[in-house]
Unconditional design. Structure first.
Length: 583
């Protein structure tokens, strides 16, 4: 929560045609590409995600234009991890990890023409000297010329498509979904069929790969779970990289909830608002001291209510666990001995496996009020390590988040530590061991009175005040991301577990709210999501601060005017705008 935030703001495959000898080459290291190219991408056209090395290969070797859409999830076949696309089948080769051959195309072209060697197009042709427009391949005794040669050269050559197994000839395509039943000029390669599409003459789509992915899938089949449409709001576990991602831009709210006997109606109304906005994630806080008032004695009846309500409604949950019981730390902060916290997280992750999708370890731990009066980076790293190990012992696919940092420029551990500097220190602690103990990073970028595109100093906000430090800006998240990249952690996402804009706020330290109208709050929130979708490929779930704290607090409470509904549950302009924005 934003408690005492004013302090911070102030201060492959088959042996078919095995006689074909591959072109000799030196295995090269994989080219350097942005790590975010391995992050999940969802294709609503077919209902599947692509992530990890398969997404990187897809994006860098021609993408949709060459391979088409994914038509299965990732599954094991013939001893390899594979994923089927309309025009190809991707296969992961762990023995080639870190090289350009880590991902290869299955030899579906060789499979498709097996037994056709005596047909005229597949008979060897006589050698001829290469020219600019024609090339002879002695390995297969076939040639490649003109438009097909240009396409082959441009989109990966032998490494992607393999060697030619035929000459050009006319062939009729199979019926849908593996083709359109029409006849085309085609040529077969070890891993593909090239087709000339005269209807696309003069466009980049004049040459296309045939739909051999569909043909191979019809012939070989795949497990039902690999062909089932995937959850658009959460990528599947990546078995190759052994990582669970969130979606690229998940839509969520921080919500007020009740755990008492009258809480079911309140919580259900909350879920209806979440779903009514077209959102699918919530974040709640679990108070350690309430759950474990005595060592090893757990009471989760209150937390059960909101998590069960979310589960019944198909809403995904992030839980932030905070505030130690007095027996663990007299100040309610991060305890010196983190072992009991690890046991707590093991218990909670087991109890809520499949219901809680992400666990955020602590909250705003760069703020002294959240850590027991003093900011200690090493103490948090040890807590995160214990919490991560506890969660993974019970639910290996649950996401563990580095706790959300509050934006500040203060450098006094008795008050706060600058969030960017805190993250640098966390990475530096004990030779960077922290990288092994979280899946993704959370942050709480604040906008104060500044529009989401602004950032100090290159694009300062309008003022008055709260403009002369980047911690006053939503784009502070970009600086958190940069620290991750500098420390080789760019393959992880950044989740915004709290972000928003307050309108007129009665609490001391939040005076900037008076400069943000309800219409601006609505515009800024929508624009923030637009920025994350279009400019931040590394962004995970974004959780608006907040949905409905106005229904349980008074106007004097700082949380009240951040809400996107009024105290009577009616929508503010911000709720309507979030409801109507494209998702």
């Amino acid at each position: 929560m934003k408690v005492a935030r004013f302090i911070v703001l102030a201060l492959l495959v088959f042996g078919v045609l095995a006689n074909v000898v591959p072109v000799k080459h030196v295995q090269a290291a994989a080219p350097t590409v942005p790590e975010d190219l391995e992050m999940p991408r969802y294709f609503p056209e077919t209902g599947f995600w692509v992530q990890g090395p398969f997404r990187r290969f897809w994006e860098t070797q021609g993408a949709l234009f060459v391979f088409g859409y994914p038509i299965t999830g990732v599954f094991q076949q013939d001893g390899y991890w594979r994923q089927y696309f309309e025009r190809a089948v991707f296969e992961y080769h762990p023995e080639k990890a870190g090289t350009v051959d880590e991902v290869q195309l299955v030899r579906v072209g060789a499979w498709r023409v097996s037994g056709r060697e005596k047909e005229e197009p597949f008979r060897p042709v006589a050698w001829f000297p290469d020219t600019t427009d024609r090339r002879y391949f002695p390995e297969t005794k076939h040639s490649l010329a003109y438009g097909f040669k240009n396409y082959w050269d441009r989109y990966g050559g032998w490494r992607v498509f393999g060697l030619p197994l035929s000459e050009e000839f006319t062939e009729q395509n199979p019926p849908p979904p593996a083709g359109d039943g029409r006849s085309y000029t085609v040529q077969y390669f070890e891993r593909a069929r090239f087709e000339y599409h005269p209807e696309n003459r003069g466009t980049p789509y004049e040459v296309l790969l045939g739909l051999l992915g569909w043909e191979y899938l019809q012939a070989r089949g795949a497990p039902a779970e690999a062909r089932a449409k995937q959850d658009a709001t959460l990528p599947p576990y990546d078995p190759i990289r052994k990582r669970q991602y969130g979606p690229h831009v998940g839509y969520g709210f921080n919500v007020a909830w009740r755990g008492d006997n009258d809480g079911d109606g309140f919580n259900q109304r909350t879920m209806e608002l979440v779903k009514g906005a077209g959102f699918s994630w919530i974040r709640v806080q679990a108070i350690w001291r309430d759950i474990e008032p005595r060592p090893g004695r757990y009471d989760t009846h209150a937390l059960d209510r909101i998590i069960d309500a979310a589960s019944r409604n198909g809403v995904k949950v992030v839980v932030s666990v905070v505030k130690a019981p007095a027996w663990a730390d007299p100040n309610g902060g991060i305890p010196a001995d983190p072992a009991p916290f690890g046991k707590l997280m093991e218990f909670l992750a087991k109890r809520y496996a499949g219901k809680v999708h992400a666990w955020e370890i602590w909250n705003e731990q760069n703020l002294a009020l959240e850590t027991g009066g003093h900011v200690d980076v090493g103490r948090y790293v040890r807590l995160l390590k214990e919490g991560y190990q506890g969660v993974k012992r019970s639910d290996s696919k649950a996401i563990v988040l580095f706790g959300g940092l509050t934006p500040t420029g203060v450098m006094d551990p008795s008050i706060a530590i600058d969030d960017v500097e805190y993250l640098r220190q966390a990475y530096a602690y004990n030779n960077g061991e922290i990288k092994r103990y979280f899946d993704h990073i959370a942050t709480h970028p604040g906008g104060t009175l500044n529009p989401p595109d602004a950032l100090w100093p290159e694009r300062p906000g309008p003022g008055p005040g709260w403009i002369d430090h980047p911690s006053f800006y939503f784009r502070r998240a970009e600086q958190i991301r940069q620290v991750m990249v500098e420390n080789g952690d760019g393959a992880k996402q950044v989740w915004l577990t709290e972000f928003g804009w307050s309108t007129a706020n009665q609490a001391p330290g939040y005076e900037y709210g008076r400069y943000v109208s309800e219409q601006q709050q609505a515009q800024y929130l929508v624009r923030a999501f637009q920025i994350a979708r279009s400019q931040w490929p590394w962004a995970g779930v974004l959780l608006v601060w907040n949905l409905n704290f106005s229904t349980i607090t008074q106007p004097s409470d700082e949380k009240y005017p951040w809400s996107v509904v009024y105290a009577d549950w009616n929508p503010r302009p911000a709720y309507r705008a979030l409801q109507e924005m494209p998702k």
